[in-house]
Structure formats: C-alpha cells, structure tokens
Design a protein around this ligand. Structure first.
Ligand code: NAP
Ligand code: SF4
Length: 671
C-alpha cells in the first residue's frame, strides 16, 4: 500500500548515511542546553523526537569559542573534556533511531556580552553591545575554532555539523555589506566578504573527510538594508556546494529584520518560491524551512520540487510524534504548532527555558509524571476552552470517566474566537486536535448545554473551566447601541461601521484592530504578504528589500488605552513588534493616556493627555479585559461537591492560553 505521504516518508541516501525520511528537526535553542543537571534533560528532549521518527536532528547552536557564544554561559564545544557528555546524548539519540548533527553557531555581533566580535565594529540595532572588529589574526583563529569544533563534534558522536550562516550571525555578517565594511581581503568584493564561509566549509571538509555530514544554513533573504542581493546568495551557494557542503538549509531574515518570517501572520510556506529558485541551481539536497507545520503541505512541497527535505522546528516542540502519526496515516492526530511563539521563542528571548503553548511537556520531558489511574472516577469538566479541553483530555487518557459540558454548540472558548482573527487561523488546528483526541477517548459530550449545579451533583469531582466574561467599563452611555463586545464582533453577530474605536489595547484589542483593518489578500496570499512587507520577490535588491505596497485603509480605527506608554508593550517579544508595525502600516491610530468621559449616539467623548477630544464613530468595541466566571463554585461547595477552578475561571487577569493548557494538563495528572 502506498504510504499517505510518499515523498515525505521516502528515505534519502547520502552515500555514507541514510536518512529514514525527509523530515529534518531544525535547530532550536531550548534553554535545556544550559540546564544545571547537564545534558540529561536535553538528551530526553532529542530522544523523544528520535523515537517519534524524525529523519535527521540538528541541535541548537553550539559556540566554537567563547566570544562567539550567544551569551555568557551558553553552550560551546571547545575542548575534548566536553565530549563525554555529548557522547551520552548522541548515543541515546542514535539508539532511538535518528542521526544527529551539531549546529556550530558563532553569534558575532549578536552575542549578548561585552566580548562580542564582528567583521566591523558596527553595533546591531537589537544589541546593547558594540562589537570589536576582528583583526586578521583573529579571523584565522576563528576559522581554526570552527574546524576544531567540528572535529570535537565527530569525537562526541555527531554524524556531522550544520554551519550557521544565516539569521545575521557571524558568517552572515561577513557576507553582507551593511555589517562588513572591511578594507582588507575579508571585505569589499562579494568574493572577499564570503571568503570566511567558503574557508570554514573547505577546512572542515579537509579535516573531517567525506563521511561526515556538512550542512550549511544559508541566508536566502537577509531582509535588512545593505544585506546581500540574490545574485551574491546564489553564487555563494554554488561555491559552498563546490567546497563540499552535502545539504543546503535555508534561512530567512536576520534577527534585526523588521519583516516577520515565522510568526503566525506569515502565510504557510511563505518562502517556497525562493527555496525553489535556489534548488534549481544546486545539485545537493535543499531543505525547505519556515512556516511548514503540516504533513500535507510538506508532502506537496517535496512532490512539486520545491525542496528535497523539510525542516520542522517548532512543530516538533508541539508534537514529538509528528512523523510517526504521518507514517500511521493519522495526520489529524498531530498536535499542530500554531506559530504563536508564546511559549518557545518569547521565553527563550527573555532567558527562560522554551516550552510549547499546545504541549506543556515540551522541554520538560524528563519531568513527566504521567500515570494511568488505578481508581477511575466520574469527573465533570465544565467549559471546553483550552483549559477545559486539556484537562478533559488528560483525565480521559489516564482512564477517568469524563463528561464535558459546554454551553456553546462547538468547543473552543476564547480559541474559537481567536481563530477568526486573520493570521490566527492556525488556532483551529488546536481545536481539531483536541476534538480528535477526545473522540478517541470516548468521553461523554454535553455540547450546547449550560451546566447547572443540579447537573453536577452526582460527579466525584467537578473541574470548573467556565472561562471569562468581558469587563464592562463604567462609562456614561456604555449601553448605547453603537457599543459592541469583541465576542459579538468576532462571532459575526454584529458588523462594524467605517469609523471604529477600540476601548482597551491589550492582546485582544490588537487582535480586533487587525480584524477590522484586514483586507482580503486575493488569490495569492504569499504575493500579498511580500507586497505588504516589501520583500523583493523577483529582483536583485540589496537584502531583498523592495518597496512595500499597502492597500489604502477601508476603515478608520482608533486603539485606545488609559495607561501611558506605547500600546502593545505587553505583547510577546518576538511577535509584538510585528503586530505594532502591521497596525501602523494600516494607519490605525494608537492613543495612550486616554480618559473615557461619555458615549453618545454619535461617538466618544474622551481626553488624551488631559486634552478634551470628540471622536465621531459608528462603532465602539469593548476590549477592556475580562472577569472570571465562577458562579457555580459557591453552590457546588455548599453541596459538598469537590471542585477545582482552572483557566480564566480561576484567574481572568493575564488570561492566557499557555497557562490555561498547562494548568488543565497538570490538574488532569493529579486527580
Ligand atoms: P488585557 O491584555 O488585560 O487588556 C485589557 C485592556 O483593557 C488594557 O489595554 C487595559 O488598558 C484596558 N482596561 C482594563 N480595564 C479597563 C476599564 N475598566 N476601562 C477601560 N479600559 C480598561 O486583556 P485582553 O486584551 O482581554 O487580553 C486578555 C489576554 O488574552 C491577554 O492578557 C493575553 O494573555 C491573551 N491574548 C494574547 C494575545 C497575544 O497576541 N499574545 C492576543 C489576544 C489575547 P488600560 O487600563 O490602560 O486602559
Ligand atoms: Fe508552536 Fe506556539 Fe508551541 Fe511555539 S509555543 S512551538 S509557536 S505552538
């Protein structure tokens, strides 16, 4: 029988190493690399993905020397004494069935410590440190450090290395005129700027021979002013192939770029045309990357010749068994990455261990306390939002008898609303996953039934995951018909007019502003994305930046908050800037230091920084936060029923799906 995903699941023979399938686990720094217990927890993390059937694993970045470490204390491989710990990791991953490459990453001017170095002494806009320009002798020493690091990687049992040459790290900095203004043999012409990358590959290949995988992560689009143009990228790729690279991995956008490349607002496989354009000029296998989170899409990319392999990073945080489920012909059981960045990159960028919003066990594999119950109980879960769903699923998987009440006809709670936001369509995947898994567990569904106290008295435990109700601010005239709730708007129960104010500029206020100003991208969402953000799709512009083309706004929108400061400061570190930039491009007015004075039939009386204003409006949308729904708690307690509050019903402030899913899962393990 033909497998469901014949191209994705086809082996790839490199001559000296056979990959079982075309799925590469892309490099991710998780924070486990610096775990005080050593590399044990990181080993558990990788072995779970190897057991899940991944064809090839690439580790997070490992520094070849101290000055190249991302920050003081991040992982490096610089001496033979460190090899034993890595050997235990590689042995375990091999035993679990996957080959593994170690990524060598020299951060250059992105290193967050004062010893950082770069081709030129030019500070990155996202770094507080000005780098020291490498002297000629330093460059030769750095080259030796790369080679020694690769040799140590082989000693430690890795099947090869990936050389990080993209995302704006050291080798990429050498290649681009904006960060390399050297006057010597390492700067000036494209060939001289690219010399270090070529020499790193040449010397590693010479030192390690042919039977050692050499993958290079090439920056196809730098997406920064003064970055390399496509012609230079292509000639470097061809040179690197000549020097002995076995597999070409693709990178998009430097960390300092102001164009989103992996957030949920980026269309799936948004960079496929650039990857295909590269593949046409190379003979070695090419890896497709960025916003590939689904086996059907991955299969189509391989089948249509876009690439030879696909790289999944965050999707393997979300579900370590992605490949196994694809092999079993059960893609609907995959817990899909929704590209929110909330629990992975946002946490890493503030120095915390990564995890995953939809899979709280990610990077906590060694701490799992999962046990099947020996004493099944009848448990009611009230509310089928993220907290209730995760709790119901964990309970049912452990063997409890679960009844799930939800007053709406469909599951999802706040997630069901969130999936209406353009760019958050992926949220539907999480609901599909929960629905599929709960159906497999055979719970009792009570959809469309608002649970009353009397319905719950016979259960041994009641989990109250009833969610939130929107806060109604005390503004004179708030009951006026032009005032609507965000729920009614997103659920399609009301429509907004041409002039709209949003009261409250938190996560939901931003989402509603996006919803209100969105214009249909037309038949080609990737072309619309490139035009909106100014990506030079076909030409040869420096850094692949072109003129942006933003459709004229069809609606005037004001996003308001009472506090001082920039609206959106509390949004995620790796996505907040893109959301702010998006609304700014669409002409949304963001006002702080607002006082709401009154609402009348035609608009909103307010003051901004104590200056009175009047906004004539058609619609006012309330996004002023939430209040917990706890009305069942007291009657159940009085009736002597054991119950627990979780999610928004427990705490509405900072209402957050990551916390809700983690809380639901953990409660499900303890009952
Ligand atoms: P929120 O982030 O707490 O924002 C509520 C907004 O309402 C604030 O801007 C607040 O600012 C304003 N507000 C509070 N009380 C008010 C009152 N009495 N009158 C007028 N304005 C008032 O809540 P949310 O927007 O409902 O979002 C809830 C949670 O959902 C977030 O915390 C987040 O965890 C999650 N979420 C996240 C995202 C994301 O993109 N990461 C997106 C959606 C939701 P002022 O007090 O300054 O006016
Ligand atoms: Fe994907 Fe969000 Fe999980 Fe990160 S936290 S892996 S982006 S679902």
């Amino acid at each position: 029988m033909t497998p469901a995903f014949p191209h994705l699941l086809a082996p790839l023979d490199l001559g000296f190493l056979r990959l079982a399938n075309r799925v590469v686990m892309g490099s991710m720094h998780t924070g486990l690399e610096e775990h005080p217990a050593g590399l044990g927890p990181l080993t558990e993390f990788y072995t779970a993905r190897a057991r899940g059937g991944v064809g090839l694993i690439v580790t997070g970045g490992v520094a070849p020397n101290q000055e190249g470490a991302l920050s003081a204390g991040t992982i490096g491989l610089t001496s033979p004494a460190q090899c034993a710990a890595h050997r235990a990791l590689t042995d375990a991953v091999h035993a679990a069935g996957s080959p593994i490459l170690m990524q060598i990453l020299h951060a250059g001017r992105y290193a967050m410590h004062p010893q950082c170095v770069a081709p030129s002494a030019l500070q990155a806009p996202i770094s507080p440190f000005r780098p020291r320009a490498l002297e000629e002798a330093d460059i030769w020493r750095t080259l030796e450090d790369f080679v020694r690091c690769a040799q140590l990687a082989r000693e430690a049992g890795y099947d090869g290395v990936e050389i990080m040459g993209s995302e704006g790290y050291l080798l990429n900095q050498f290649c681009a005129p904006c960060s390399n203004q050297r006057q010597d043999d390492w700067g000036g012409t494209p060939a001289q700027r690219q010399r270090l990358s070529r020499l790193v590959v040449r010397q590693i290949r010479a030192a390690l021979g042919p039977q050692f995988v050499l993958m290079f992560r090439l920056s196809l689009l730098d997406l920064v002013a003064g970055g390399s143009p496509w012609s230079e990228v292509l000639s470097l790729a061809q040179d690197l192939q000549q020097e002995g690279v076995d597999i070409m991995d693709c990178g998009f956008g430097w960390h300092e770029s102001r164009i989103p490349t992996i957030a949920t607002l980026v269309p799936r496989a948004a960079f496929r045309h650039h990857i295909q354009r590269l593949k046409q000029h190379l003979e070695i296998p090419v890896v497709a990357t960025n916003r590939i989170n689904d086996p059907t899409l991955a299969e189509e990319l391989l089948q249509s010749g876009v690439a030879d392999l696909v790289s999944l990073a965050r999707p393997l945080l979300a579900d370590p068994d992605f490949v196994r489920k694809a092999q079993a012909g059960q893609p609907e059981r995959i817990n899909t990455c929704i590209a929110c960045n909330q629990a992975c990159l946002d946490q890493i960028f503030v120095g915390q261990r990564a995890s995953c919003l939809v899979n709280p066990w990610a990077c906590h594999e060694a701490e799992s306390t999962w046990t099947h119950t020996f004493a099944p109980r009848r448990i009611a879960v009230v509310g089928a939002g993220p907290a209730g769903l995760s709790c119901a699923l964990t309970l049912a998987q452990r063997g409890h008898t679960v009844t799930l009440f939800e007053e709406q006809a469909a599951i999802g709670g706040q997630f069901r609303l969130a999936q209406q936001i353009p760019g958050k369509e992926e949220f539907a995947q999480t609901l599909r996953y929960f629905h599929t898994e709960l159906t497999h567990c055979e719970i009792t569904w009570r959809l469309g039934q608002r649970a009353q106290c009397a319905d719950l008295l016979s259960f041994e435990h009641v989990v109250l995951a009833c969610g939130v109700r929107p806060r109604q601010p005390l503004i004179p005239g708030i009951e006026h018909p032009l005032v609507v709730s965000y729920q009614a708007l997103l659920a399609g129960e009301v429509r907004a007019g041409a002039r709209v104010a949003i009261i409250g500029a938190g996560g939901i206020g931003f989402d509603v502003a996006e919803f209100l100003t969105h214009q249909h991208p037309g038949a080609d969402p990737i072309a619309a994305f490139e035009a909106f953000w100014g990506i030079d799709a076909k030409g040869n512009a420096q850094g692949s930046l072109g003129p942006a083309s933003v459709p004229p706004p069809h609606r005037a929108v004001w996003l308001l908050q009472r506090k001082p400061g920039k609206p959106g400061e509390s949004l995620g570190k790796t996505t907040g800037w893109a959301k702010r930039a998006l609304l700014q491009k669409r002409g949304v007015h963001t006002w702080s230091k607002v006082r709401y004075l009154a609402i009348d039939a035609h608009g909103l009386h307010l003051s901004v920084d104590d200056v009175p204003q009047y906004l004539a409006l058609d619609t006012i949308v309330l996004c002023a936060g939430q209040e917990s729904r706890q009305e069942l708690l007291a009657p159940l307690q009085q009736a002597g029923v054991a119950c627990t509050l979780i999610g928004g019903a427990w705490q509405a402030g900072e209402l957050d799906a990551q916390r809700a899913i983690a809380q639901g899962t953990h409660l499900g393990l303890t009952l």
